[in-house]
Design a protein around this ligand. Sequence first.
Ligand code: GAP
Length: 527
Amino acid sequence: MAEENKSSLDALSALCKRRGFIYHSSEIYGGMPGFWDYGPLGCELKNNVKQAWWQFTVRGRQDVAGLDATIIMHPKIWKASGHLDTFADPMTMCKDCKKLMRADQINDIYAEQKKKPQPKAAGSDFFCPYCGGELTEPKPFNLMFKTVVGPIDDPANVAYMRPETAQAIFAQFQNVTATSRQSVPYGIAQMGKSFRNEVTPRNYTFRSREFEQMELEFFIRPDEAVELLHGKVATLADNPDLDGPVQDDWGWEVWHKYWVEQRKKFLNAVGLPTEHFVEYWQKPDELAHYARACVDIEYDFPFGRQELEGIAARGDFDLSQHQKWSGESQAVFDDPLKQACKKLSDEEKRAFVAKVQADWAKRGKDAAAAEKFCLDLFEGKYVPHVIEPSAGVDRLMLALLCEAYEEQKISDGKGGDDVRTVLHFSPKVAPIKVAIFPLVKKDEAQDRMAREIFEKLRKKVNCMWDVSGAIGRRYRRQDEAGTPWCITVDGQSVQDGTFTVRERDSMEQKRMTYHEFLAMMYGALEF
Ligand code: GAP
């Protein structure tokens, strides 16, 4: 988004409505706060973002397998994960206007109000940002949507719409491990809908009640297993090469940083330059109790700098919780580890146990648990640890739209000024890749040749056919849709088979043959 347009989410949302990217859900009935529909261009953009993520995260690698699990799962999953007990936001209500809001967002809402209300009760510093009324004491409000499975509306049949895709990955960890021919370190990826009954859905699609996530759980050996295998654990202090092939001696710290770098590469590839987002490393007191590190990738949205996605090092918390609540072992057998441990003497094993006990004591863990963990390691058994890069499809789409949007002042060709609205999408995610026009609609030879090109190209990528209006207007329509290339078939085309290719950002036109165009297009679409 160009600087002067940055503040204008209104202009972007108006374009999104006008061009069929995003609509309010159920609009004809007044809409539903926190629910959004994607129109013809929006759903193409969304599919491209998801396909790009899948290509980058799953198909483009040999160490990640895919999963597509159900939205409604056994309710015990949410007990084990902690969501039933702790997935809550502090909610407050205005005693006067009855508006509900998140107590931790009151300051943000104050800041957004054009006219700040004064507190109705003198001296109050916690008052309704809408009317100045008195607020109730904040109470935790669980964000999971409840539903009932089967015909009997009974508490025993209550289930939940998943609030994240991640838990299904943990719940299916043993099945995928047994059937994917993968072994730790390896990952399981899933994309799909998640639901959160957000108290105050805000900022367009940024915080929605129904949204999609793209999550990877990348399972790694505990550092102690790496040490037994390699005699050392590589840390960031060893300056590992994170651009090269992954290494067997990496500890969790290196794997975590590796995935932060991978996510940045992905964001660059789909059109977010590194200088437009920041890495926020959570401070120790901000981390969840089980997390070892968490990085938020933050983007400067028009409404402020906000989390785009996160990369967390979650230890063995999730699999251990499911092991505890399901009674099913979530351990893996690691033969190279067992073979390495066979070579250790009893004395070396005792020294190793003592060292692990001392390390664990620093983290408040007991000696008996440390000993049991070590004895399992000597047998090649452990519950894997996990690195979790977790991204939101809708939030990334919003960032890509904000990044792409520009109102350019250009000459109208008659000595005056004009404004060109353009979405500078990367070709990899652009909803329409190519628009094809005959220059003169009534010229049969041009029309026939343009249609042939259109029919051939649309078998490969999403194309648009447009014959209405002057050529300049047709280009502008495609600029607003973010189409990177427009092909125009003209008089010369029917003579020599070439056509002009107009590039969206530079507005330059080049003559090309069909095969030259294909080579150029595929080059730009490749990951
Ligand atoms: N499994 C970890 C997890 O779900 P999270 O930070 O709660 O972590 C991950 O969510 C990502 O999902 C966020 O960074 C964001 O991109 C997206 N997300 C979360 N809540 C969202 C909401 N209400 N609306 C849109 N996207 C959301």
